[in-house]
Design a protein around this ligand. Structure first.
Ligand code: TXA
Ligand code: MG
Length: 321
C-alpha cells in the first residue's frame, strides 16, 4: 500500500521521511521534471532496492541528486565548464556527468561501476528533503523500467500498487520530461539526453557547443531503443488519423479528425505546455484501451527536440531495450 503526503504537510513529515531514508527505504519524490524513486545514494542496499522495485537493468546508472554545490563537490570533480553550467542552471532540470570525486562515499551501484557520476540539484521539495537528510539521493524516474515516467503522485502509486512506499504529492510536475543530461569530458560537452535545458542555452552559458553523442554504449536511457513505452502502438508525424486510433494533437492541424479519443498537448502550439502534458496525455490515451496512438508533428526546435526524442522512443519497436 502506498501512502501519500501532501507537499504542504512536508515540514511536519520531514523527520519521518529522513528516518525512512536512513532505514534504506525508497520514497516517491516530486521534482520539477518527473517524480523520482529516491533512496540514500551512499547505502548499497537502499540503491539495490531502487533497481529491484523498478525492475531495472543493473548496467544503467542512476542520477545522484544533491541540495547544492557544496554537496555536489563531495561527489563529482568539477572543471570550469561544469562549474559554469551548475551555477547557471541549478537548481533545475540539468544533470551533469562528471568524474567521481576522490574518496567519494557514493555507492558504486549508483554509477553502475563507472568512474563518473551524474549529478543534479532539483528544484522545490526534493531539494528540501535532500538538504534535511544531509546526503545525496539516487533517484531514477518512479516508474517500472521501460514505462512512462510519472508526472503526478497518482501515476507513481499506480506503478507500485503493492509496494510500501511513501510518496510526497506536489501535484503535476512543471517541466514534465526528464532532465537534460550532459557529460563533460576535457572541456567538451556531450549531450546524452535532450531536455528543457536546450543545447542553445548550454552553449550560451558555457561558450561550448554541445555535441550529440553517437555511441554504441548505453550511456543514457534515451539511447535504449524502446523506452517510455505505452501499451498502444505509437505513430509519429501524422497528417491524418484513422477512425480507430487515438489522436495526440499539437496545435490545430486536424480540426476534423474522426478519432474517437483525442487530447491536445498545446492548442496554441506552446512547447513548454506540451512537454508538461506529454506523459500524462500519452498515459491517458493508452488507458482508453485503444491500440494505436497517432501523434501530430511537433517542431524540432527548443523543447521540441526533447519531446520528439521521447516520442521516438515510445514509437520504437518493442522488445529492443
Ligand atoms: O529528470 C530526471 O533526470 C529524473 C528525475 C527524477 O531527476 N530522473 C531520471 O532518472 O530521469 P533516470 O534514471 O530515469 O535516467 C537517468 C539516466 C540513467 O539511466 C543514465 O543513463 C544516465 O542518466 N546517467 C546517470 N549517471 C550516468 C553516468 N555516470 N554516465 C552516463 N550516464 C549516466
Ligand atoms: Mg526513467
Amino acid at each position: 500500500m502506498t501512502l501519500t503526503i501532501r507537499v504542504n504537510d512536508l515540514d511536519v513529515n520531514l523527520q519521518t521521511i529522513c528516518d525512512l531514508l536512513c532505514e534504506g527505504k525508497c520514497i516517491g519524490l516530486p521534482t520539477e521534471t518527473v517524480y523520482g524513486l529516491a533512496a540514500d545514494a551512499t547505502n548499497g542496499r537502499a540503491v539495490a532496492r531502487i533497481f529491484e522495485m523498478k525492475g531495472r537493468p543493473k548496467f544503467n546508472p542512476l542520477i545522484c541528486h544533491v541540495s547544492g554545490m557544496e554537496m555536489a563537490r563531495e561527489y563529482g570533480r568539477f572543471d570550469p565548464v561544469s562549474e559554469k553550467l551548475a551555477q547557471a542552471f541549478w537548481p533545475g532540470p540539468l544533470t551533469i556527468v562528471l568524474p567521481l570525486a576522490e574518496g567519494t562515499k557514493v555507492h558504486p551501484l549508483v554509477s553502475a561501476g563507472l568512474d563518473t557520476i551524474g549529478l543534479r540539484c532539483p528544484e522545490g521539495p526534493a531539494r528540501d528533503v535532500i538538504a534535511s537528510f544531509g546526503k545525496p539521493l539516487a533517484a531514477p524516474s518512479a516508474n517500472r523500467s521501460g514505462k512512462i515516467s510519472p508526472t503526478t503522485a497518482k501515476h507513481v502509486s499506480q506503478q507500485f500498487p503493492d509496494a510500501e512506499l511513501m510518496i510526497v504529492d506536489a501535484g503535476r510536475c512543471a517541466v514534465g520530461i526528464e532532465s537534460t543530461i550532459v557529460k563533460i569530458d576535457d572541456g567538451n560537452i556531450c549531450l546524452l539526453r535532450p531536455g528543457a535545458i536546450t543545447s542553445e542555452m548550454i552553449a550560451e552559458v558555457s561558450g561550448v557547443i554541445p555535441v550529440a553523442t553517437v555511441s554504441n554504449k548505453i550511456e543514457a536511457p534515451g539511447m535504449m531503443e524502446s523506452h517510455y513505452a505505452p501499451d498502444a502502438a505509437v505513430i509519429l508525424n501524422c497528417d491524418s488519423c484513422p477512425s480507430d486510433a487515438a489522436l495526440l494533437k499539437f496545435g490545430n492541424r486536424m480540426p476534423n479528425a474522426a478519432s474517437p479519443v483525442s487530447l491536445n498537448l498545446s492548442e496554441t502550439g506552446d512547447l513548454v505546455e506540451a512537454a508538461a502534458n506529454l506523459y500524462a496525455y500519452v498515459k491517458q490515451l493508452d488507458e482508453s484501451g485503444i491500440s494505436k496512438i497517432c501523434v501530430e508533428p511537433i517542431p524540432m526546435e527548443g523543447l521540441g527536440i526533447a519531446i520528439n526524442d521521447r516520442l521516438t522512443r515510445s514509437a520504437a519497436p518493442r522488445g529492443i531495450t
